[in-house]
Each structure stands twice: as C-alpha cells, then as structure tokens.
Design a protein around this ligand. Sequence first.
Ligand SMILES: [Zn+2]
Length: 84
Amino acid sequence: MIRNDQSGNAEKAAHFAEQSRHFAEQSRQANAAIARVRAVHVPIDALNVRANVEQKVCTGCGTDDGNWQTWPCPTERAITEATS
Ligand SMILES: [Zn+2]
C-alpha cells in the first residue's frame, strides 16, 4: 500500500502517542505497586532483648526463627537499589 507522507506521519504520531500512553500507564502501575509494597514494609522501633538494644525492624518481614527482620529488610533494600 502506498501512502503519502502526511498520512504516514500522522499514523506514526498516533502510534507513538499510543506507546507513550501505554508506557505512562505501566509506570503508574509500577509506582502504585511499589507504594503498596512499601506500605507493608515499614520500619518500627523494637527492643532486641538478647542484646538489650533498640533497633528498627520491618513490620512486613520476619525471619525463619520467628524474629523480626532488621531494617532495612531485603524487600526495602531491593526496591531502593532498583529505584536509585
Ligand atoms: Zn520488609
């Protein structure tokens, strides 16, 4: 099919506009997912009774032995590394 230049340019512009909307929506969804994960992984102060010291732990993570995960937890570190 032969098109004139204006028709081809308009088609390309429409395609790029659609791609831009798609990428913007993907970005919005990714940022919303990160925000929801971060809402679960929040630092709080806790007392380490073995060492008798206060330390920050993650509200969303535990360890295999039943203790809190110290902050920053692996999830928070992964998000920070991926977004910085
Ligand atoms: Zn966590």
